[in-house]
Design a protein around this ligand. Structure first.
Ligand code: PLP
Length: 411
């Protein structure tokens, strides 16, 4: 018996009319005219709004939602999200500036990242954002800088947990990591903190990313809360914030399923009740990046050449890995798999074929789709790479081969 080949999860976020994909309520062909040139990224604001609404529907009221700007720092996207979420997580001076340009209060912005520069720390202290401390040295430095500016810095401790997020695309905690303070060292650090002029807010813990396993996520959230409750017993003042990370993934590859939010919300509800009993004024925040924006985005490029080489069809486009490293398979993939890639103006097509879509760079790494089923296409047709709203342009080597920078549109 043949096992059927794994397929992409049904991607129904963008409607199709007359065989053309609609993004932001507009046919892709018209959107390409609006962009003025290809390639471009388009992010559909209604899809972002719907995603936040879906989460709010499943999460109890006391769970706060934060946006991790790293996933998509386009200022218009960040501004749009600022009206929907409770806070933002930033990891650089630049991201912090983008967050502070929104209407969110500065104490709703938290700044994590190993190796923050003194320049960034001073600015963060002056702005009043929450600094997630990643070492005892950083804590002392922050206290000293605060003293010199006569401002009491707001701080939280980022904890490197003593467990891992199982079945995760990217592990960010557990074991030896450059991120955060090892959980077993946190009690000493809390002791030291008592002698310093710091406004202690609470803890931050981020176990991992791109997880599509509900049971693994629930377990990680539970272990994170247990760990943070344990650590807060050593804290010098009541804990105001547990930022428990997130890790919610989206389906990118054949065989990936879409995550079911209901059990995750139910589990967080139980955990929030436990925290409430122990410490009624502690807020719990979930920090999400890709889950909020990935599915709202599409990368669009145009076919410039159709070539048949020794029986294989290659569609060569004006865009590629220099704009979308993740879709090319070169952003941390061990085995290359195809993103969902379609011919945007011929979604189903009159004829279908197996073809590879490649970019214009002189490297065999510049692949957008490797031998994938799609509508038969020719020069002038539009290629749409779905699931592209996160870790797209800003996670790509745009200088490589010196092509021009694609537009980004929020529609
Ligand atoms: C990258 C990052 C995130 C966002 O991860 P996603 O997988 O996009 O949700 C959240 N928190 C921290 C600390 C991060 O470094």
């Amino acid at each position: 018996m043949n096992n059927p080949l794994p397929e992409h999860a049904p991607l129904t976020q963008f409607p199709v009319h007359h065989d053309c994909l609609y993004v932001g309520g507009m046919p892709l062909t018209q959107l390409a005219e609006r962009a003025g040139s290809t390639p471009f990224y388009a992010y559909d604001r209604r899809k972002i709004t719907e995603r936040v609404a879906l989460l709010r529907q499943h999460l109890s009221r006391e769970i706060q939602l934060h946006y991790a700007i790293k996933a998509n720092p386009m200022p218009a996207v960040v501004q749009h999200l600022a009206g929907l979420v409770d806070g933002m997580d930033v990891a650089s001076f630049g991201e912090m500036s983008t967050a502070l340009d929104t209407a969110l209060p500065p104490d709703a912005v938290s700044f994590a990242g190993p190796g923050k520069s003194t320049h960034a720390l001073r600015s963060a202290i002056a702005a009043g954002v929450v600094l997630n401390l990643e070492s005892a040295r950083e804590m002392e430095l922050v206290a000293r800088l605060g003293q010199s500016m006569e401002i009491i810095p707001r701080v939280a401790i980022r904890v490197n947990p003593d467990f891992e997020l199982k079945a995760s695309g990217m592990k960010m905690g557990g074991g030896a990591k450059p991120f955060g303070v090892d959980a077993e060292l946190v009690p000493d650090m809390l002791q030291q903190l008592q002698g310093l002029q710091l406004d202690f807010m609470g803890f931050h813990c981020f176990a991992g990313s791109q997880n599509l396993n509900e049971a693994a996520l629930c377990e990680a959230h539970q272990r994170t809360i247990q760990l943070l409750i344990r650590l807060s017993q050593r804290a010098p003042s009541p804990i105001r914030m547990f930022n428990i990370g997130g890790g919610l993934g989206v389906p990118y590859f054949p065989g990936d399923r879409r995550l079911d939010i209901a059990p995750i919300g139910d589990n967080l509800h139980v955990l929030a009740e436990q925290v409430k009993q122990y410490s009624p004024h502690t807020r719990i925040a979930l920090e999400l990046g890709r889950y909020l924006v990935a599915e709202a985005g599409v990368y669009v490029c145009r076919i410039v050449e159709r070539k048949v080489s020794r029986g294989r069809i290659f569609l060569i486009t004006d865009g590629g890995m220099h704009h979308h490293l993740a879709a090319s398979g070169n952003l941390g993939q061990v085995i290359r798999k195809n993103f969902p890639v379609i011919i945007g103006n011929k979604v189903y097509g009159e004829e279908r074929e197996i073809a590879s879509i490649v970019g214009p760079l002189c490297t065999p790494l510049d692949i957008l789709a490797d031998q994938s089923p799609m509508a038969k296409a020719s020069p002038g047709d539009l290629v749409a790479v779905l699931q592209s709203g996160a870790y797209g342009l800003t996670a790509s080597p745009i200088e490589f081969l010196q092509h021009s920078r694609p537009m980004e549109l929020l529609v």
